[in-house]
Design a protein around this ligand. Sequence first.
Ligand code: NAD
Length: 292
Amino acid sequence: MTQSVGVIGLGAMGMGMARSLLAKGFSVAAFDLAPQAMAGAAEAGIVTHETPAGVIEASDVIVLSLPLASHVKATIEAGLAAGAFKTPKIIVDTSTSEASVSRELAAKLADIGHGFLDAPVSGGPQGAASGSLSVMLGGDAQWVAQAKPVLDALASRVLHVGPSGSGNIAKLVNNMLVACHMLTTAEGLRLAEASGLPAEDALSVINSATGRSALSEIHFPNWVMSGSFDSGFSAGLMRKDVRLALELAQESGCAMPVSELVASLWSEENSGVSDNQDFMLLGRVEAATEEK
Ligand code: NAD
């Protein structure tokens, strides 16, 4: 029997996931705090509910795509308080979040017979809309197996990293590297420009050589050199990831001198990019050039 799926949080990522699940034949229930997101979902044929508990009650697998761990906790608490966990549920939390919170929620739900997977994703709104994300899972294999049809619909790469919290550890390491690559790539292109080699030419050489990364191959051509700066990921959410990676380093007793410097350069004050602007603005080559 096809699982019924709920999606809570219909932003840049959640809306694409909900639409993609619907297109793949799942019945999809959804909730978002923003009326505009709810209207867009209803227009797409998604069944909207007035509360997150309504979505949890109506669904076997509930995909969360929320900004912060506090939103994830509040959503699950609201579902528990409303008695929405009547039948067995699996929560697939695709929000980038603290590993410690994932462990806490997984233990709490396991005690009463429900599954919780930390399932942060990579691939952006484009990957969400096309069902081609990479998903990094932390949690018990039994829940991974049960959620497989939904995970396969969301992602072309389903990576079961390890026990609860492992998905978020992997994601925070990944995004700390993205934060570093963004600044080092911009700085490299600035050096090329300042030395008389056009940034476009330098980028195409880097992408045929060992300095390349996903940033140089995908992000810079699409959202920096094009001048569009509309990747669909906000600087505020990326700053959250950088902060969480450094908190994880502190909890783990791991020294991160490069990342600490990068984090300070990512601040709103030092970058001049506000939380609600696109994170690709941190890669502006001309902004770096102006500092000369
Ligand atoms: P977004 O800001 O575009 O959307 C978040 C949505 O959640 C909004 O529609 C908002 O109204 C809703 N919301 C907030 N609090 C809520 C609550 N308590 N209940 C219900 N809805 C609530 O964010 P996004 O870019 O879609 O990111 C979502 C998550 O995915 C974040 O944790 C982010 O770090 C992660 N992520 C984002 C990207 C990306 O490229 N945008 C990529 C990978 C991971």
